[in-house]
Design a protein around this ligand. Structure first.
Ligand SMILES: [Zn+2]
Length: 390
């Protein structure tokens, strides 16, 4: 921990931080974005949020490009600072404007500031992070310290797998020097995330033969009993020591208790810590065969996000951030998480990626979703310094 004196000196030397200290805009922007509800599956709603973010960015001198989408809201590409070129690789800020909250949630979970926290749907995950990114850019501009190109990408579909935004994320990441992901930090201590598990999903569908369970028992082939047997096998795919886990989170099947079930299926979530385990788990799922010869087992799905492995380049970014944080007067830890983000895609391309650089809080996807007010300014200042110095 740096002394107070040290952190005061640091602040004096960095005019961007001085600008930030008197900036009410961060809170205003956060409020504006949160009060425009934006569930991933409501294109018009997400686009209202896209419009608000684009307007804020334009007022900060940002160059706005909207990648129009048919099924989802638009992907919003913002450019700040000098134009990117051969000798000026941009830094990429990465975030999303969609949330998991359905329209109308604000009625029971309004935006409010109380008990040292900002509450509301999508505050932590991750509209506060978006506001932090914008405030960091503003601070750098005001201090005449925005010397490098910054690409700020805001996706409309992160909470549902980033199907349409992924190619744009990957293209912009490839031309960037580093990617800073503005997803929430880990836990209330606010650790940056240097590793994330890869995420996949499989549907295991069993077709059997229906029959009356009393009159005609032996001519039936139960899809449910077959699925139960398959699930026992799938449970065995988990290898905790490798960081590989498998969870059947949803099952469906059957019609009535006196009918031998003709259909049953399970949705299985898969997490991997190592990229090479994608092939390992794929082989296991594809190798599932019906034990009851009267049943057919069909497997669909695969890995969606590759793992973000803890690479040397990511650790170097984290160390730089921890040094800056110490000079500002706070400790910055690093953490690994089982959850995925769009940072998984950029890290898998080999682009140095640091995640969890958004707000500090708790309750993402839960009714107590909230952000700690005291950390908003320090995190913004840290992000600004990372953009300036990386
Ligand atoms: Zn998120």
């Amino acid at each position: 921990m740096a002394s107070n004196e040290e952190s005061k000196n640091y602040t004096k030397k960095n005019s961007a931080i001085a600008v930030l200290a008197q900036d009410p805009r961060l809170m205003q922007w956060m409020r504006r974005l949160v009060e425009i509800e934006s569930p991933s599956d409501d294109k018009a709603a997400v686009n209202r949020c896209v419009e608000a973010a684009a307007e804020i960015a334009e007022n900060l001198g940002g160059r706005v490009r909207r990648h129009r989408q048919r099924a989802y809201g638009d992907v919003l590409e913002l450019r700040f600072g000098p134009t990117a070129g051969k000798n000026a690789e941009p830094v990429m800020l990465l975030g999303h404007l969609d949330t998991v909250w359905p329209m109308g949630t604000l009625k029971s979970m309004p935006f409010r500031v109380a008990d040292g926290r900002v509450w509301g749907p999508g505050t932590l995950d991750m509209k506060a992070g978006v506001a932090i990114g914008l405030a960091a850019i503003r601070a750098l501009r005001e201090a005449d310290a925005l010397r490098r190109p910054v690409t700020f990408l805001l996706n409309p579909d992160e909470e549902v797998g980033s199907e349409v935004s992924r190619p744009i994320t990957e293209k912009l990441a490839r031309e960037s020097k580093a990617v800073f992901v503005l997803e929430p930090a880990q836990g209330l201590s606010g650790a940056y995330k240097t590793a994330r598990k890869g995420v996949g999903g499989y549907t295991v569908r069993v077709t059997g033969v229906a029959a009356h369970s009393g009159v005609d028992f032996t001519s039936g082939h139960s899809a449910i009993h077959e699925l139960a047997w398959q699930l026992e096998k799938i449970r065995g795919f988990t290898e905790l020591e490798r960081g590989l886990t498998v969870n059947a989170g949803v099952i469906h099947g059957g019609t009535r208790s006196n009918v031998i079930a003709a259909e049953a299926e399970a949705e299985v979530d898969v997490r991997i810590a190592r990229a090479k385990d994608a092939a390992r788990i794929e082989k296991k799922f594809r190798g599932l065969r019906a034990r009851d010869r009267g049943c057919v087992v069909l497997v669909e799905g695969g890995m969606n996000r590759p793992p973000m492995e803890r690479t040397r380049a990511t650790v170097a970014l984290y160390r730089r951030a921890a040094t800056i944080a110490a000079a500002m007067g706070f400790d910055l830890a690093e953490a690994a998480t089982g959850g995925g983000s769009d940072g998984n895609f950029t890290a898998a391309l080999g682009v140095p990626t640091l995640d969890g650089m958004g707000a500090v809080g708790e309750g993402a996807h839960a009714t107590h979703e909230s952000v700690l007010v005291k950390d908003l300014m320090p995190r913004t200042a840290l992000l600004a310094e990372m953009i300036r110095t990386v």
